[in-house]
Design a binder for this molecule. Structure first.
Ligand SMILES: O=C(COP(=O)(O)O)NO
Length: 249
């Protein structure tokens, strides 16, 4: 079990409607009591303002992406300033779908992370290897390369950053990393934080797991000492998300 405050993020991705979000928030209101767990929900940008208006105070709102500057001729993009303006304190950045579907590089991800933090947002920064990289024995090399690229952007803002380890081969596939597989990589990340940043940052930074987390497998994953919570996709749209939020109890 982790000594850090448990953190569960829901990543709704490109799903939902005003009606569906209202129903989901109602379920969360009834199931997620108090603030023993830090719960954050990431909704599509178009619904951020509406969701901000109906979320209870113990659940925080996150955007799923943003650009690397505050304003300008970037059609279709949103900025950290806009996300803050509508009352969302968090943003998810570097998700594997941004990297692999939309071609976002380590550098662009770092630029976005640095700008979002400089604008006062808190960041869930995602890293994770592809199946072929794991099968080639490159998991540690890939994951540490990705987090190293974020180091200058995060700077002194590790207290506003959560690291999400999301193996690409586990996202949306139903093939969850085993607790042992996830713990092994989380421990590698924790060691990197200690050696590259500081012991204090290593001890305090939440490292959360994402990739086919469900109400059924969350408890076993949560028992591992370096798994500090989850970033949940599909299951965050279902009532079982409440079970995942309560999985470290
Ligand atoms: O992308 C994910 C995980 O998605 P799933 O839970 O659907 O595998 N989190 O950001």
């Amino acid at each position: 079990m982790s000594p850090r405050k448990f953190f569960v993020g829901g990543n709704w991705k490109m799903n939902g409607s005003k009606k569906e979000i209202e129903a989901l928030v109602d379920t969360l209101k009834k199931g997620v009591q108090g603030d023993a767990v830090e719960v954050v929900v990431g909704c599509p940008a178009i619904y951020l303002q509406h969701t901000a208006s109906i979320l209870p105070s113990n659940i925080a709102l996150s955007a799923q992406n943003c650009y690397k500057v505050s304003k300008g001729a970037f059609t279709g993009e949103i900025s950290p300033a806009m996300i803050k303006d509508i009352g969302a304190p968090w943003v998810i950045l570097g998700h594997s779908e941004r990297r692999n579907v939309f071609g976002e590089s380590d550098q662009l991800t770092a630029d976005k992370v640095g700008h979002a933090l400089s604008e006062g947002l808190k960041v869930i920064a995602c890293i994770g290897e592809k199946l072929e990289e794991r099968e080639a024995g490159k998991t540690e090399q890939v994951v540490l390369s990705q987090i190293s690229a974020l180091k200058p952007a995060i700077g002194q803002n590790w207290d506003k950053t959560v690291i999400a380890y999301e193996p690409v081969w586990a996202i949306g596939t139903g093939k969850t990393a085993s607790p042992e597989q996830a713990q092994e990589v989380h421990a590698i990340i924790r060691d990197w934080l200690k050696n590259e940043i500081s012991s204090a940052v290593s001890e305090s930074t939440r490292i959360i797991y994402g990739g086919s987390v469900t109400g059924a497998n969350a408890k076993d994953l949560a028992k591992k000492p370096d798994i500090d919570g989850f970033l949940v996709g599909g299951a965050s749209l279902k009532p079982e998300f409440v079970d995942i939020c309560n999985s470290n109890a």
